[in-house]
Design a protein. Structure first.
Length: 216
């Protein structure tokens, strides 16, 4: 029987990446769209680690399954690491990927230093609050216009020189080999057997109680 792990997101692009990169393990990845509505987690942490743990632990407590969450973002050198933890809402709380990309391009329009890095923290939590943490980072440069139709977020701007492509021009497999999330997930995959054992040890155990009623 496969171990269910809930990915604490409704982002289908992210879910697709996680499922693809972890497809060879005895786990079943679900995401929040597989369940009824639950309260939204307020991502007010100061670091990627804070937000990843907050999302994973909250989801695990509400749904009763182990939960996995990542918090990741783009850290631009000339902006002192911004947008960072605000990457998904850089252009506003309800901003689309296209609006975030447009704002970043506008902010950097006169900048020659285009160095940036994607950073990712993955947290795997159980309902009791215990969690495991994995991290990844990928460095690149930002283009002056979007290129590519794959991926999501800032992928069309993030150029990876070694492959001469933006992240949005890469296949899931190519991106998984070198991306921040891919590197963190590789660490997860290398330890998946241990993670499954850890989940089995730390998940609450419920014993069956026979019916105490007497027949009339």
């Amino acid at each position: 029987m496969k171990q269910i792990i809930v990915l604490a997101t409704t982002n289908k692009g992210k879910t697709k990446e996680f499922k693809e990169l972890l497809k060879d393990f005895p786990i079943e990845i679900k995401d929040l769209s597989d369940f009824g509505p639950i309260p939204e987690v307020i991502e007010d942490g100061e670091t990627f680690d804070d937000n990843a743990y907050k999302k994973a632990s909250f989801t695990a407590k509400v749904l009763g399954y182990p939960a996995m969450a990542d918090d990741s973002g783009l850290c631009v050198d000339v902006l002192d690491g911004a947008p960072g933890v605000y990457s998904a809402r850089y252009a506003g709380e309800t901003a689309t990927d296209a609006q975030n990309v447009e704002k970043l391009l506008d902010v950097l329009k006169d900048e020659e230093n285009r160095k940036a890095a994607f950073e990712c923290v993955i947290s795997i939590a159980v309902p009791t609050g215990a969690a495991l943490t994995y991290e990844g980072r990928c460095e690149g440069v930002l283009t002056r216009e979007p290129f590519g139709d794959n991926g999501f977020g800032y992928d069309p701007l993030f150029f990876f020189p070694e492959l001469n492509k933006t992240f949005a021009q890469l296949s899931i497999a190519e991106k998984g080999d070198i991306s921040h999330r891919g590197k963190a997930l590789k660490d997860v995959s290398r330890e998946m057997d241990k993670i499954i054992e850890w989940l089995e040890m730390n998940m609450p155990q419920f014993s069956r109680v026979p019916c105490q009623g007497s027949a009339e």
